[in-house]
Design a protein around this ligand. Structure first.
Ligand SMILES: Nc1ncnc2c1ncn2[C@@H]1O[C@H](COP(=O)(O)OP(=O)(O)OP(=O)(O)O)[C@@H](O)[C@H]1O
Ligand SMILES: [Mg+2]
Length: 586
């Protein structure tokens, strides 16, 4: 399982193997080799140069040593830099792939995973996976090669001493492997907590007005601090598991070193070994220490990276829903209309929201959905947009099942003005032109025309920078009515044959209502419209009114017919629309 994730992550590096990674490898070999040369030089100095009293070679030796160290430093720089290049490239690729996946994550997945948590997870996990896996591999390479070179040199000097010294090394590896699993588990928990922390902070900002009016700053802070404390706790646990390796290894290293010291010193005194070879041997042991320590640490870093990679792959592997048909059809225009037949749907299995819904929307007509809150009106629109697939029944456009239609083609036919208008933190012009290709594809004149038709031109012109005014996150710098009119302009410019309109429930005052209503009338003209109506004016003008209750059609007909029936619609009109009836729309 773990090795699979590990392999899968490394597969992203395939594109960078040649030449970057190969060069990185070569420089690492150069680094290892030049490290291995140092003890050999020392031995030569002690055993050959000093006894011969050769001053010329004595002064040459330091020059050679400095040169070797310089080569080693260069190899280290280039090797590490190239490895990092590969790491950053893999990271960028992975971030790109994740962004692409996030853009078409199933609605059902988005509903269940808070966006704030998702965002911070993706960003921190990518970094952790990169640090863990790439740095882990790079250390294994650099330190592994260096260690191999030094071990060869040490054995070449004295195989018996080497055996004594290196017998203790494998003992040091054992606790390292044992802690690996712990590190992975703690690290994963820590990441989840950290994401939660980011989510709290972001929610406090998004909901700043609610927090303030309810005086909940202290509560929010406490909620944050509780998580904050567990992040600290979790991080320390990870660190403890990681840190326990190092002292253990150091201790074992010291024992090995002392054993070598006594045994080797005895040999030098007994004359069976030269001082030079003993010194050289000690130097190789000393040089072994850093890469050995590095390898021990690398394992923990790797585990952390693998844990993060696991989370990322879980997002990447989220199955598509709805699934695009194998050979999807494409529709250029609407000829007959829309239809729902015996549609069943629920957000959660066993909890139906839409039950046996039949609905026909002939081309060019306006059908209004009314009914009690929570009855499923917005859900019906979502089903027609194919944000979800029905669990039974069939939804079709011009007789073609939505499931056989390409998603892009379906959505080209639809303009949607939502119950909660979403606007981007961009200029007014770009918000209106959203979806009309990259900037510049739509002329300023077309944008203005749409704004005029949406009764938005007036207020836009009065803004300090007109159409270039930035409107803030989700349009916070605008009023509710202004936001709605921008959404209408955005739908107008799309000029799609089908319009889904989920009217905002929040009542506007009658002056703004009229301004918005005018804009809506222009938007609905010559389109096939399904409108969730909260305004009597919209309802009265509809070709057909469908009353939805508990996910099914309760009654349907024209305004007068339904009033005469004295059913739920008549009740709704007398209560919900009471104020509007008292002052009938113009
Ligand atoms: N994303 C969701 N996940 C789970 N349940 C949901 C989701 N969205 C809506 N529901 C549930 O589905 C039911 C229908 O909701 P829907 O939004 O379609 O009602 P509505 O008729 O549009 O109501 P309103 O008039 O208040 O806008 C409700 O019981 C609601 O709790
Ligand atoms: Mg709704």
């Amino acid at each position: 399982m773990t090795t699979d994730h590990y392999r899968r992550f490394l597969a992203y590096g395939r594109r960078y193997v040649w030449p970057t990674f190969v060069l990185a490898l070569l420089f690492n070999v150069g680094y290892g080799a030049s490290t291995g040369v140092v003890p050999l030089l020392i031995r030569y100095l002690f055993d050959d140069v000093l006894p011969a009293g050769d001053r010329q070679r004595l002064y040459l030796a330091p020059v050679v040593i400095v040169l070797v160290i310089a080569v080693r430093a260069l190899c280290q720089f280039l090797g590490s830099y190239l490895t990092e290049t590969v790491g950053q490239s893999i990271t960028a690729d992975l971030r790109g792939e994740l962004a692409q996946r996030v853009l078409d994550l199933p609605q059902s997945y988005i509903n269940r995973h808070p966006s704030t948590v998702l965002v911070s997870r993706v960003l921190t996990d990518v970094t952790l996976a990169k640090t863990g896996i790439v740095d882990g591999v790079s250390t294994v390479l650099k330190d592994g090669i260096t260690l191999a070179a030094l071990v060869v040199v040490a054995f070449y000097q004295d195989w018996l001493l080497s055996l004594i010294a290196f017998f203790l090394f494998p003992l040091g590896v054992w606790p390292v492997l044992r802690t690996a699993k712990k590190v992975r588990r703690h690290s994963r928990q820590g990441q989840t907590r950290l994401a939660q922390l980011a989510a709290y902070l972001q929610e406090s900002l998004l909901g700043a007005r609610v927090v303030k009016i309810f005086g909940m700053q202290a509560y929010e802070l406490e909620r944050f601090q509780r998580e904050n404390r567990s992040v600290r706790h979790q991080a320390l646990r990870t660190t403890r598991a990681k840190l326990i390796n190092q002292p253990l290894m150091e201790l074992l290293g010291a024992v090995g070193f002392c054993a070598v010291l006594v045994y080797g010193g005895e040999a030098v005194m007994g004359g069976s070994r030269t001082t030079g070879s003993f010194f050289a041997f000690l130097t190789s042991l000393y040089l072994c220490y850093a890469p050995f320590k590095g390898l021990g640490k690398a394992n923990a870093t790797l585990q952390q990276g693998v844990a993060a990679a696991e989370e990322l792959f879980a997002i990447l592997d989220t199955p598509a829903d709805p699934v695009e048909a194998a050979a999807p059809q494409s529709l250029q225009a609407l000829h007959q209309g829309l239809r729902a037949e015996a549609v069943e749907f629920g957000y959660d299995p066993g909890d139906p929201v839409i039950r046996g819904l039949d609905l026909v929307i002939p081309r060019g007509s306006t059908v209004a959905l009314v009914g009690p809150s929570g009855g499923g009106k917005s859900t019906i629109i979502d089903l027609f947009c194919r944000f979800y697939d029905p669990s039974a029944g069939r939804i079709s456009i011009d007789g073609i099942d939505l499931r056989d239609l390409s998603l892009a083609s379906l959505r080209r036919l639809i303009a949607l003005v939502d119950q909660n208008t979403f606007l981007f933190n961009d200029t007014i012009a770009n918000n209106i032109a959203y979806g009309q290709g990259s900037e510049g594809r739509v002329s300023r004149a077309a944008i203005e025309a749409a704004a005029r038709a949406a009764n938005a031109h007036g207020f836009i012109r009065e803004l300090p920078e007109g159409y270039d005014t930035l409107i803030g996150e989700n349009g916070t710098l605008l009023s509710g009515g202004q936001r709605q009119r921008l959404a209408i302009a955005r739908a107008l410019i799309k000029n799609a044959p089908i319009l889904f309109l989920d009217e905002a429930t929040s009542a506007l005052d009658s002056a703004s209502e009229q301004v918005v209503q005018e804009a809506l009338d222009r938007l609905m003209a010559n389109r096939t419209t399904l409108v969730v109506a909260h305004r009597l004016s919209t309802v009265v003008n509809a070709d057909r009114i469908v009353v939805i209750e508990a996910g099914r059609v309760l009654e349907s007909g024209r305004h007068e017919e339904l009033l005469a029936r004295g059913g739920l619609y008549a009740d709704l009109v007398s209560t919900q629309f009471a104020t509007a009836v008292a002052a009938p729309p113009a």
